[in-house]
Design a protein around this ligand. Structure first.
Ligand SMILES: [Zn+2]
Length: 237
């Protein structure tokens, strides 16, 4: 009790000395703001893709490769923009709670504006390789999945999809393909948990889609019924 009191005292004292700053504009935050000020939150470059999930160009990333039923990203990622700053803090500054809170904001929107979400049985985060997980201490995509799970009331499991090592022969591939291949080797355990399920794959940033495609392919191999994809951000625009 005493310890908790001292902790609170120290944290309120340090808040006064070093007030929390907005990750977007570096202004001091009000007590009811957690990591973005109201102005930066309002200005977030939302894609709105979840309102037209079957009718936007993201689906083309997977067309002819792997069947993806639904795909949407919350925010546009632009070099030097606010979303890049947020992702940087999430991945490299240990601000994993930012990932979860953004996902909760998105999840609340999805609940109100996206009928497709009602069909999802299970949320699975794109896994990190275990060496990378050890190095970072957490998987940011799992924190996004946790936020979505909380807002959408859909279960999430981190013991199904795993990123494995790099054994496949790569001699016939060009440099980019080699890199993507290295990044994209996955395996499924506890496959009974995905069989017949409508799975939503979750990742931080959608770029080429190669990683998500590999995950989707592996899950389909083990009998999952459909794949949907949600990411916090998408490059382009
Ligand atoms: Zn701000």
């Amino acid at each position: 009790m005493m310890f908790r009191f001292i902790q609170l005292l120290i944290s309120s004292f340090s808040d006064q000395l070093f007030p929390s700053l907005c990750l977007g504009c570096s202004q001091s935050l009000e007590t009811n703001e957690s990591f973005l000020c109201v102005s930066c939150r309002i200005a977030l470059p939302e894609t709105g893709q979840h309102r037209e999930p079957y009718d936007h160009d993201l689906l083309n990333k997977f067309a002819g490769k792997v069947p993806v039923k639904f795909i949407a990203s919350y925010l546009y990622f632009k070099k030097g923009g606010i979303v890049q700053k947020l992702i940087h803090h999430i991945k490299y500054k240990r601000r994993k709670e930012v990932a979860k809170e953004l996902a909760i904001w998105y999840g609340n929107q999805l609940t109100m504006e996206c009928k497709h979400i009602g069909n999802i049985d299970l949320i699975i985060a794109v896994p990190l390789h275990k060496d990378r997980f050890k190095q970072r201490g957490y998987n940011q995509s799992e924190w996004i999945a946790d936020g979505l799970a909380e807002a959408l009331h859909i279960p999430t499991h981190n013991n199904i999809l795993f990123r494995t090592s790099f054994q496949e022969s790569q001699t016939h591939k060009n440099r980019l393909e080699r890199w993507e291949n290295v990044m994209s080797v996955f395996s499924v355990e506890n496959s009974d948990l995905v069989r017949g399920k409508n799975v939503m794959l979750v990742d931080d940033v959608l770029t080429t889609g190669a990683t998500l495609e590999s995950c989707a392919r592996e899950l389909i191999k083990f009998g999952c019924k459909s794949i949907s994809v949600l990411t916090l951000a998408v490059t382009g625009r």
